[in-house]
Design a protein around this ligand. Structure first.
Ligand SMILES: [Zn+2]
Ligand SMILES: [Zn+2]
Length: 280
């Protein structure tokens, strides 16, 4: 079940990501809409946008999602970083809307020296402003579940739920469930699959999940250390992914690989997931 895809490169042009996705057999794709290492980036010109939209339409790719810049920290207690982050996030919304992106995925952020409460307050204020800028029919904003290391917010389901609740359960706010992060954060998806999803459902509501980041984990259960591994080659193992791929609750969702960028491995991971999806 699910629409399988991976994070594709936009080097040489946004549309190249679509070609790369199609070549690897993907049904969904994740991109950066601009250079993710720079605060100020240029808006794609009309020609680039047109080419991307055309290619996507012809490709049959069901979902196109974006991951925001790693520089953005909507939880920061540093006023300068927070202001820059909000500006860059607003630009991300503009670019994603132009490109017909379905979902913008972002890490909730890190309070870096404050408290989790302060961090959550900053995220909520940041998102309230962002939601006002969302065009009608535009992308959804998805908080990514994190491995919960140090001052990073989003390692507990309760933290994600608190943010959503403070946003009055806004329909444009959802969750990206990263299998590696959740396992690393201390939820044993491998041995307690049903319990973890039941707990998630009770705290956040299952229908908040709009995207899966489908990654195996290089680090052990509860490590709080975020290292992705190829499907079936990490601590979660193939059996877990077989279960997830056949879980009918998630059959309409994009399943995006963020496994190590190594020669030809995206196609290998996609092929394996397709096999697990169709096996009984
Ligand atoms: Zn992820
Ligand atoms: Zn990660």
């Amino acid at each position: 079940m699910g629409y399988i895809g991976f994070h594709a490169s936009i080097s040489g042009g946004l549309h190249n990501a679509i070609d790369e996705a199609v070549a690897a057999g993907a049904e969904a794709v994740q991109i950066f809409t601009a250079n993710q290492r720079m605060w100020k980036v240029k808006t794609p010109d009309a020609g680039d946008v047109k080419l991307f939209l055309e290619k996507r339409r012809k490709s049959g790719i069901r979902y196109a999602v974006t991951h925001d810049s790693y520089l953005i920290n909507l939880a920061s207690v540093n006023p300068d970083i927070l202001a820059k982050s909000r500006m860059a996030f607003s630009d991300e919304i503009k670019r994603s809307s132009m490109l017909g992106i379905d979902h913008i995925i972002f890490h909730p952020g890190s309070h870096t020296g404050g408290t989790h409460e302060q961090g959550i307050t900053n995220i909520v204020t940041s998102l309230k402003a962002a939601l006002k800028e969302l065009p009608k029919g535009g992308p959804m904003l998805l908080l990514e579940a994190t491995a919960g290391s140090g001052s990073h917010i989003g390692g507990r389901f309760e933290e994600l739920a608190a943010i959503i609740k403070k946003l009055k359960r806004h329909p444009s706010v959802g969750i990206c469930f990263d299998t590696a992060h959740v396992f690393e954060a201390g939820y044993d998806l491998k041995n307690n699959y049903d319990e973890v999803f039941n707990e998630f459902d009770k705290i956040c509501g299952m229908d908040r999940i709009k995207v899966f980041h489908i990654n195996d984990s290089k680090t052990v259960f509860g490590s709080h250390a975020d290292r992705h591994q190829h499907i079936g080659r990490g601590e979660l193992g193939e059996k877990f992914f077989a279960k997830l791929m056949r879980d009918s609750r998630f059959k309409e969702l994009p399943m995006i690989l963020e496994t190590p960028d190594e020669d030809g491995m995206d196609a290998v991971n996609i092929k394996l997931l397709k096999k697990l999806r169709s096996s009984r």
